[in-house]
Ligand binder design. Structure first.
Ligand code: SF4
Length: 508
């Protein structure tokens, strides 16, 4: 990734990472424009390593791009194919099967995959029988068009069709092109135990639902990941318990809109449930409580909340259990109600601020982050000013900020003109970034002089003598190792900070 004009931010951890995202003009940079942004840029394109069951002698290269849901899906794919006997490799040149799990959220994300496909041409030269497949959102968006445009590709598979992979591979091995992009109304992969691929072995991700019914006008997700379905809570609790037994100490419950989670036997939420079923269904607050009760040493996080659906019940459950982290990512997108209406977000500025007030009332110590899009269709200077005033009023700990980028087939593409000039979008983005960097720095500084309970996740990137972990508000804390071990909880007195990281020492 090219980095320009960011020396000031060098070494400032998480904050630096997002500043780099937005100041750089590198077209390969991955911007996200929906709400499941637990993104680890360092993991983009990472090849996944899995031990296979009874080896079939074939090697699989599986790499992933995009949001954390995609990485969680790759763990399901890895599980399905390791049962078929595939062993994994990090060298695509020696692979018999290459799969790339893709993201379609922005054009840049797609160009990155197209460029990557050029590398795979070398594989076919060395091994004409090698199979190359594209999985995920880009596969779903382009369907058979992908096979026409990229002759190299043998298999195209959408996010709901991974169980079909063994058949599709067989078909491709027989010399045919294979495609399955059918979106399901039931599939949640509830019975498949994902092969955990998280590198630190301490914090893992669990998908609790799939798809999204919201149809925000800028978003491609409802078209690529289908309708909203919630996963059986018992299978979620089982998976979290297994993770805990294997040494994991934190699980993040993943969904495009977790507050909308509702399980009453499977299928589509909005069409199948009767009033009676709804009354006996498990909602998100109840699910989170079940997971929190597994063990007090298992931290629970979630991503992502939706302002229109986030209830006080969820906040009360968060407040009730110490092991549910006091951190809410609540995407606002715009501070102006007219823009929010055009975005089809389902709430107003006032409603959003009411939800913020509820978080502050029920959990005064909670960390709050958000997503903002600048330059959405027709956005005026006055409307942009309302975003700025809202950000000032809330004082976010952290924000993911984007310029609007039109995506094919979305509601916004069909209904509105993408008419805010690029330089205006960028200028507005710069303004909110400047504002947010002050707010983030202030929020981090407030943690200095306090004792934080930290889950040790990994070695600090800067020093082998230090551990790195996060406090309940999701702020990174770095401190000397002492006798503490990875996966343990320690109390750390924060003595100083950078813009986004607390630095301290272990205390009793
Ligand atoms: S449609 Fe809206 S709620 Fe659903 S994933 Fe996209 S941005 Fe998020």
């Amino acid at each position: 990734m090219a980095v320009r004009n960011v020396n000031f931010y060098k070494g400032l951890g998480r904050l630096r990472q997002f500043v780099i995202y937005f100041l750089s003009l590198d077209p390969l940079i991955h911007f996200m424009q929906h709400e499941n942004k637990v993104i680890d840029e360092g993991k983009q394109g990472e090849a996944l390593m899995v031990a296979s069951g009874a080896p079939n002698g074939k090697k699989l290269f599986l790499e992933s791009y995009g949001c954390q849901m995609n990485f969680a899906d790759s763990e399901i794919v890895a599980s399905i194919l390791s049962k078929e006997g595939f062993s994994t490799t990090t060298n695509f040149l020696e692979a018999d099967v290459i799969f790339v799990n893709t993201c379609a959220i922005r054009e840049n994300a797609e160009s990155r995959v197209r460029q990557r496909l050029q590398d795979y041409k070398k594989v076919k030269k060395g091994n004409p029988n090698a199979i190359i497949g594209v999985l995920g959102c880009m596969a779903e968006r382009l369907k058979s068009q992908f096979l026409e445009e990229e002759k190299l590709i043998d298999i195209v598979v959408g996010p709901d069709a991974y169980r079909d992979l063994p058949n599709l591979i067989e078909q491709a091995e027989g010399g045919q092109k294979a495609i399955n992009v059918i979106l399901s109304k039931e599939e949640t992969y509830a019975d498949i135990t994902p092969v955990r691929l998280d590198r630190n072995g301490v914090s893992g991700f669990i998908s609790i639902m799939r798809g999204c019914d919201n149809m925000c006008s800028f978003c491609v997700v409802p078209f690529t990941r289908g309708r909203e379905r919630s996963r059986d809570p018992e299978s979620i609790v089982r998976e979290a318990k297994e993770a805990f037994d294997k040494g994991y100490r934190e699980v993040t419950l993943l969904g495009q809109n977790v507050d909308s989670y509702l399980y009453a036997g499977g299928g589509l939420k909005k069409e199948i449930l009767t009033e009676e079923q709804k009354a006996s269904a498990t909602n998100f607050a109840q699910l989170m409580e079940k997971v929190a009760l597994i063990h007090p040493d298992l931290r629970v996080r979630f991503s992502t909340s939706h302002p229109k659906d986030m209830t006080d019940d969820v906040l009360h459950i968060m407040a009730k259990y110490e092991n549910i982290c006091k951190y809410v990512h609540l995407p606002v997108q715009s501070g102006n109600s007219e823009v929010l209406e055009k975005m089809n977000r389902g709430y107003t500025r006032e409603w959003y601020l009411d939800r913020i007030a509820a978080i502050r009332r029920i959990m005064p110590e909670a960390g709050i982050s958000t997503d903002v899009i600048t330059g959405f269709c027709g956005e005026t200077d006055e409307q942009h000013a309302e975003t700025i005033s809202l950000m000032k009023e809330v004082g976010y700990d952290f924000a993911y900020m984007f310029t609007y980028s039109e995506r094919p087939k979305t509601l916004a593409e069909r209904k509105y003109k993408d008419d805010v000039p690029e330089e205006v979008k960028k200028k507005r983005l710069q303004e909110i970034m400047d504002l947010q960097s002050v707010s983030s720095a202030m929020r981090t500084k407030q943690g200095v002089g306090k004792i934080h309970r930290v889950l040790i996740e990994s070695e600090s990137k800067k020093s082998k003598a230090q551990w790195s972990g996060r406090n309940t508000q999701n702020v990174t804390v770095v401190f000397d190792k002492g006798n503490a071990k990875k996966g343990e909880y320690v109390n750390v007195l924060a003595e100083t900070c950078t813009l986004s990281t607390l630095i301290g020492r272990i205390v009793d």
